[in-house]
Design a protein. Structure first.
Length: 234
């Protein structure tokens, strides 16, 4: 048994993001698994999805909606999760088989952050860890959250530094919509974004979100609709 986990808090993402992620995992993971959503609001989430409260953690002066809350996946309340745990941000689109993410060797596997190549820093849109093995990563943050937040850019940098050396996924597996799918200007005004060959997951960090890109909507910008998103994000 393996575990797939996601987090939903606040109002930025509706329940459809959890439901679509659950369905995409079901289509692309071909082994026994458990799907868990950590959330503060279960309304609208498909019955049958295992929902749990987000473990409490010390955030110092950081707001409750801070991305640092993602560190709660390492909390002791979740140490009962079976097997390797594969985390997904809600704003991803899964386009191919996920089984290799569980088979890839490494203690903590993560995307190599596209903007920090060669620096040992991951992007935490997709990462895998073993439940119960990284409690110190959370506890060290909680002991001095304001100091850490002042010195470290974000939670994915902290994870990468504290779990070093991390293992990076093969580069083609997780691609950025903005960096790898969008044509360069001015072609993006005329040509639809393409799905990269060999990609398994497309990450939508920032804007546009999957439904925005699907419909060709990007606040303050212009892109063509992306039809292949509708084929997968459902």
């Amino acid at each position: 048994m393996n575990t797939v986990i996601c987090m939903k808090w606040g109002t930025m993402y509706g329940p459809e993001y959890v439901n679509h992620l659950h369905a995409m995992v079901g289509r692309h993971l071909h082994r026994p698994y458990r799907f868990v959503c950590l959330t503060d609001d279960t309304e609208g989430i498909t019955p049958g999805i295992e929902c749990r409260p987000i473990p409490e953690m010390q955030l110092g002066g950081s707001p409750w909606y801070s991305g640092w809350r993602k560190l709660a996946v390492f909390a002791p309340e979740l140490h009962d999760l079976p097997g390797p745990v594969l985390f997904f941000d809600l704003d991803v689109v899964i386009v191919d088989a996920l089984d290799p993410f569980f088979d890839h060797p490494g203690e903590l596997c993560i995307i190599e952050n596209w903007t920090q190549r060669g620096q040992g820093i991951g992007n935490s849109s997709v990462f895998r860890f073993e439940a119960g093995r990284h409690l110190a990563l959370l506890r060290d943050f909680e002991a001095r959250p304001d100091q850490v937040i002042a010195q470290v850019a974000n939670e994915q940098t902290w994870i990468s530094q504290q779990a070093a050396p991390v293992t990076f996924w093969p580069e083609p597996w997780v691609q950025s919509f903005k960096r790898h799918c969008l044509p360069p200007r001015p072609l993006r005004w005329f040509k639809a974004p393409a799905l990269p060959a060999d990609a398994r997951v497309i990450a939508f960090h920032g804007h546009p979100k999957p439904p925005e890109a699907r419909d060709g909507i990007w606040p303050g910008r212009w892109i063509r609709p992306t039809p292949w998103i509708a084929d997968h994000w459902r």
